[in-house]
Design a protein around this ligand. Structure first.
Ligand SMILES: [Zn+2]
Length: 452
């Protein structure tokens, strides 16, 4: 198959005008100009997207598919109160509601041009939709307990799920990992046990880390509304918690979890240069979730410091529960603008840098950049086409600028993973959306009525 468009953005090299990508058996075999490729591959079926950009699919470095139906339910509360409200509302949903919600999450990812996801779930409801949609990624089984006596059974149950889920997916596309939820919800022994098991079994690890000021205060000073309320709601009120006197990063570093070979830390807002240095020395990757962090008043992650220390950094949406949509263009745009605002003219972030972070750098973060993240012969064909012909985009000067500053998820006209079309011109080719929107509307009404 020969895909053609006005612009091809390989990301790993300069963009090509009037270019194309040749895909055979799920792999990219050539990237070049229209003229050269049509002459060299005359027998290939042609898909011409016109005034559009062909580029690598986005990699959502942090999401929770199953929370898609929480969109807009808790819109105007800061992180700690949002978290408690979401936790309380979770009890209102049935197993079917969670499944529908996860399908919605998968659909919205495909719609937004996301081809790889790093999804965190404790129930596993995202496994089937991710697999059915044909997405690539890592699904992390979440674990948490502050009760030391429960640690072994919590980890054993997770290991069982991980083995079972891995059987349910195509291992060439999906990998199952493990995710200790956060420093405020995991006993130190849990971090230690997960570190040992993940190290031994080669499991990728993800964790929420240093996201909110309340988390920071709870870990360092021993008290905050988040820490107290979360523990009370989880039935851990009797578990003794003492101030550690250090930051969340330094705290969990003591328990060996950062030394596992493949660790993804999500948020990392409340970190100082020593923390970033610790992350860098342990080669920990970071999911930058700017929109969620802004919306919940968590703060702004020190991207400049991450990049200065050579951290592998990609972009995460953290699901519609926290940021309302999975629109990856919004994610890049807001993530870029807030950093420009902070850094001023001395350190000026360019659009291309954020497109790279949304694709190739995120692939490096997941250690799958040998497979995806850029359009290069030999890599798997995870490709999207973004229409640049609409009124809000004309005239298109620099294609990278058009992607970041003028495009949105409705402009995605094709999403392909491993050479397979998942979405084209408004049609979902692997998922059935019939009835789904009504079902999640029912879930939404339950959540709406259940709000405090
Ligand atoms: Zn999250």
């Amino acid at each position: 198959m020969l895909l053609l468009a006005r612009y091809v953005l390989p990301v790993s090299g300069p963009h090509i005008e009037d270019g194309g990508v040749v895909v055979h058996d799920g792999a990219i075999v050539a990237v070049g100009t229209r003229e050269v490729l049509t002459a060299a591959y005359p027998a290939d079926e042609i898909r011409d997207y016109g005034l559009a950009a062909l580029m690598p699919g986005f990699i959502d470095l942090h999401t929770h598919f199953e929370y898609a139906s929480f969109r807009g339910v808790v819109n105007d509360l800061p992180y700690s109160r949002w978290k408690m409200q979401v936790m309380r509302l979770e009890e209102l949903l049935t197993e079917q509601d969670w499944k529908d919600s996860a399908v919605l999450g998968a659909i919205e990812s495909v719609r937004s041009g996301i081809t790889t996801v790093a999804d965190v779930t404790d129930s596993g409801t995202s496994v089937a939709p991710a697999s059915q949609a044909g997405l690539r990624g890592v699904i992390y089984r979440e674990v948490s307990t502050m009760d030391k006596s429960q640690v072994r059974s919590v980890v054993d149950a997770a290991l069982e799920d991980i083995a079972a889920w891995q059987e349910q997916v195509d291992p060439s596309l999906l990998t199952i990992g493990i995710a200790p939820h956060s420093p405020y919800s995991c006993h130190p022994t849990l971090f230690k046990t997960v570190a040992n098991e993940a190290g031994e079994r080669g499991l990728p690890v993800a964790l929420h880390l240093a996201g909110s000021k309340d988390e920071y205060d709870f870990i360092k000073y021993g008290s905050s509304s988040l820490g107290q309320d979360y523990r009370a709601q989880s039935g851990w009120s009797k578990v003794v918690w003492l101030p550690t006197g250090v930051s969340p990063v330094q705290y969990i570093y003591q328990w060996g979890i950062l030394e596992v070979p493949n660790v993804l830390a999500v948020h990392c807002v409340h970190v100082d240069p020593l923390d970033v240095d610790t992350l860098a020395r342990n080669d920990v990757a970071v999911a930058y979730c700017a929109r969620c962090n802004l919306k919940l008043g968590m703060g702004i992650a020190p991207l400049h410091s991450f990049l200065e220390h050579g951290l592998r950094v990609g972009i995460g949406t953290d699901s519609p529960a926290s940021n309302s949509t999975m629109d990856f263009f919004d994610e890049m745009r807001i993530g870029l603008l807030v950093q420009r605002g902070l850094a001023g003219e001395a350190t000026f972030y360019r659009a291309k840098q954020f497109v790279r972070m949304a694709t190739l750098e995120a692939a490096r973060a997941l250690k799958i950049d040998h497979l995806v993240g850029s359009l290069e012969p030999g890599k798997r064909a995870d490709i999207i086409a973004v229409d640049l012909s609409r009124s809000h985009q004309v005239p298109t000067q620099d294609p990278y600028g058009a992607i970041v500053h003028t495009s949105n998820q409705e402009d995605v006209v094709m999403t392909m993973v491993d050479g397979r079309m998942l979405y084209e011109n408004g049609a979902f080719l692997t998922m059935d959306t019939g009835g789904l929107y009504d079902d999640v509307e029912n879930a939404r009404l339950k959540l709406k009525d259940g709000r405090a």
